[in-house]
Design a protein around this ligand. Structure first.
Ligand SMILES: Cc1ncc(C[n+]2csc(CCOP(=O)(O)OP(=O)(O)O)c2C)c(N)n1
Ligand SMILES: [Mg+2]
Length: 382
């Protein structure tokens, strides 16, 4: 059927779009990068954030991102192997395919900024600069793990690096991000919060409560949905009434939204530079609908009956690592020989960290009683 043909569905779409714009005319209007929102106290005008197209990352920055993405992927492939060898207990959700999101975004902010994410957290931890040995140790339940072997795959954590996890319950960490944003603003600290979550979290009540408060208090938070199209085996179109996710935050919570190509590390970086600047200037929060894709199943135990191999292959053609590799080759800073050298180095690094963690001791039995309650006032006394 020709693209422009007016089918009943298409006609209904036009009609709905017309109604939306007429409705928007009464609430305010949007055009030319401006959002005008009417509220009870008058009119507030917010300039929409545009990606910083003029910012060209240097070849050495891009090489650094390339190495990070190759490291994340090699780490994940080793995790898949270790899971099959039953070295990893509990769930294990791999980040393969989504590497450019964590790497491009974290590269655009400062070490003092806060990072918090959901359970698919391996990529964020590595992009935040965590060493991979305590990560393997955490997966294997070892004493040397970043959460003393008691958290596992979904609970990587490093407060010294301002990485606040690793959270298993869908949407539960989004209010924590609002709390981090509130703390930064209350203490007058120049920090932004990077909060990542999946498209499955968008329909949780916690998402809406957290965004309402972030919008109300104009908190410096970049809310990022890693929109990989699926919440477990359910496609976004089967779970969300409105699938253009940025429409759900602007009018509702006064938080402007943008789409970003999450398969392109450079695009991700440019958008994040602008988003962080917007937040640091005291404008409030930003919402990014980051289009990405996971190549592996939801978790290691997913038979993936809800999608075809052809669909996965289509996305793999736009692989974020391959894309950055091509950009670097076009810029003559990378060639096939160097690609092989980097790959060999990183695979050796991953194997060494895995072997070390595998040989590490398990925690003592007494560890069962520690890290249960935070008690900043000393031992509880009756
Ligand atoms: C409150 C809650 N409900 C259900 C689950 C089970 N669950 C784990 S992951 C998941 C899907 C989430 O998908 P999405 O947010 O898109 O993240 P992705 O796995 O794609 O990264 C569900 C329903 C959970 N962990 N928490
Ligand atoms: Mg998803």
């Amino acid at each position: 059927m020709p693209q422009a043909m007016a089918t009943p569905t298409r006609m209904r779409g036009y009609f709905e779009a017309l109604l939306f714009h007429v409705g928007a005319g009464f609430r305010g209007f949007s055009c030319g990068g401006l959002i005008l929102a009417l509220n009870g106290k008058g009119v507030s005008v917010t300039t929409l954030v545009e990606p910083q197209q003029k910012i060209d990352p240097s070849p050495s920055q891009m090489m650094d991102w390339y190495r990070q993405m190759v490291l994340i992927r090699a780490f994940e492939m080793r995790c898949a192997q270790s899971y099959q060898q039953q070295k990893i207990g509990g769930f294990c959700h791999l980040y393969v395919g989504q590497e450019a999101v964590a790497v491009g975004s974290i590269a655009a902010v400062r070490p003092s900024d806060y990072v918090i994410t959901a359970y698919r957290d391996h990529g964020h931890a590595i992009a935040r600069g965590m060493d991979i040995h305590p990560l393997f140790a955490e997966l294997y339940g070892k004493k040397t793990g970043c959460s003393h072997g008691k958290g596992g795959s979904m609970h990587f954590f490093d407060t010294e690096k301002n990485f606040f996890g690793g959270h298993a319950i869908v949407g539960a960490h989004i209010p924590l991000a609002t709390g981090l944003g509130w703390a930064a603003k209350y203490r007058k600290e120049d920090r932004v919060v990077l909060c990542y979550f999946g498209d499955g979290a968008i329909n949780q009540g916690s998402f809406h409560e957290a965004l309402n408060l972030a919008g109300l208090f104009k908190l410096p938070i970049i809310f990022m949905v890693e929109n990989n199209g699926y919440g477990m085996g359910t496609h976004l179109h089967r779970a969300s009434a409105v699938t253009d996710l940025k429409l759900r935050t602007g009018d509702a919570y006064g938080i402007p939204g943008k789409d970003v190509d999450g398969m392109d590390c450079v695009a991700m970086y440019r958008m994040m530079v602008a988003a962080a600047e917007y937040c640091r200037k005291g404008n409030g929060s930003i919402f990014l609908d980051v289009k990405t894709y996971r190549y592996r199943g939801h978790s290691m135990s997913d038979p993936q009956k809800y999608r075809t191999k052809e669909e996965v292959a289509q996305y793999q053609e736009h692989d974020p690592i391959g894309r950055l590799e091509k950009q670097l080759k076009d810029a003559h800073v990378l060639d096939d020989k160097k690609v092989t050298q980097i790959s060999d180095e990183i695979h050796a690094q991953v194997e060494a960290a895995h072997e070390k963690a595998d040989a590490d001791p398990y925690p003592d039995n007494t560890e069962v009683w520690s890290d249960i309650y935070a008690n900043p006032y000393g031992a509880y006394q009756v």
